[in-house]
Design a protein around this ligand. Structure first.
Ligand SMILES: Nc1nc2c(c(=O)[nH]1)N[C@H]1C(S)=C(S)[C@@H](COP(=O)(O)O)O[C@H]1N2
Ligand SMILES: [Mo]
Length: 248
């Protein structure tokens, strides 16, 4: 709606026949109020909105950040890489990108870093606050170039639970969200093995199981059909009751 029409509609709808009011400061204030109200509704509906997960103060960091799910990968290749300081670890960026990448730990540390203190909420009924540091996934995807067909980012992991590889995924809004980072530090130290060394996803607006640990690859896809059992995540594939969108 053009501004003039908007004013006319406002005048007709809210103000009835008060033609003189248009010339007063009160009218201007009413119009501005209406615009703020509209922006509020617009944001509440989600259009153009970026909601941030709460961030905390250093003094609120949990003294111990427990490990859950896989806490030891237990594969010889992983143990060898860990014992070598993950010097040969590579994060592959593949799928619907213009330039597939193989990033080393040094490559990831050379990108601009984001540090955030957030609360991790696990569906099993525990929470912990930790300080995470790493490059934003958006910077990595900017390097790789996102093809227009990409709808989801899939996160591949080094560990196997039962007899299937752990994996997770999110949509491109969450992939490009400023708090979505590929963390390599927890509370200023290299990630402990139980917390996903050397790399784990932080997807702060969603529950714990979405935060894939032991990351080996990020694949941009249009659908999940060819991955696991096609539902976008290890738990989602298993009738666990864990939803694909685990917003908090
Ligand atoms: N690769 C992998 N990522 C994983 C899991 C896992 O078992 N393997 N467990 C998930 C679950 S259920 C939670 S709550 C968190 C636990 O992270 P933490 O071990 O750092 O506490 O990791 C998530 N990411
Ligand atoms: Mo969890």
């Amino acid at each position: 709606m053009k501004r003039r029409n908007f004013l006319a509609a406002l005048g007709a709808g809210f103000l009835g026949g008060c033609s003189e009011i248009g010339k007063t400061g009160t009218f201007k204030a009413l119009v501005e109020g209406a615009q703020d109200w509209h922006r509020g509704i617009h944001r509440a509906l989600g259009a153009g909105r970026i909601t941030m997960a709460p961030e905390y103060h250093r003094s609120e960091v949990s003294p111990h950040f427990r490990g859950n799910g896989t806490t030891r990968v237990g594969k010889p290749e992983y143990d060898a890489s860990r014992d070598n300081g993950f010097a040969d670890w590579r994060l592959a960026v593949t799928g619907l990108v213009t330039t597939p990448l193989e990033l080393s730990m040094d490559d990831l540390r050379a990108l601009p870093q984001r540090t955030q203190i957030t609360r991790h909420d696990c569906v099993e009924g525990w929470s912990a606050i930790g300080e995470w540091t790493g490059p934003q996934l958006s910077s990595i995807l900017a390097l790789a170039g996102v093809q227009p067909a990409a709808r989801f980012a899939v996160f591949h992991c080094a560990d196997t639970l039962g007899n299937a590889d752990y994996y997770e995924s999110c949509d491109m809004d969450d992939a490009l969200h400023p708090q979505t980072i590929i963390a390599h530090l927890l509370n200023g130290e290299a990630l402990p093995e139980m917390n996903g060394a050397p790399l784990r996803l932080r997807l702060e607006r969603q529950l714990g199981y979405k935060h894939a640990k032991y990351l080996t690859g990020i694949e941009l896809v249009e659908s999940f059909d060819h991955i696991g059992r096609g539902r976008g995540g290890y738990w989602e594939d298993r009738d666990s009751g864990y939803q694909w969108y685990a917003g908090i």
